[in-house]
Write a protein of this length. Sequence first.
Length: 134
Amino acid sequence: VQSAVERSLIGAGINVLDISSRPPNAGMDTLLSPDQARALAQSMGAEYMIWGKAIADKKSEGEAYGVRVVRVTATVTARLIRVSDGRVLASEEATAEEGGQAVRAAAREALKKAGGLIARKMTKAVVSALQPPS
């Protein structure tokens, strides 16, 4: 999901800072609170940050023609936050469903699809936030 958002923003000409390039203990695998993330974004000179989460849950499991099949629903939420004051400028959600024979594979595909949807929504929100007031 993160890479889909990054690719979409970069494709739109937006400068993207990589939090994992900033020590200490700030990597993609490090869990940060929103306040910690905002402080880190501020220390890096960011004007805005995107904060969100992605979850994939098994929706159903059954059998078709003697083969195990599962359905997974992925939900991705993201907020565009102005770093200077913590104001939420946009809040978006994307949901996708995928199926397959294995939960992990179906979840990966559902997250990939939902990630593409949230990437487009967040890119639109960032471009809008960067527009000068008319």
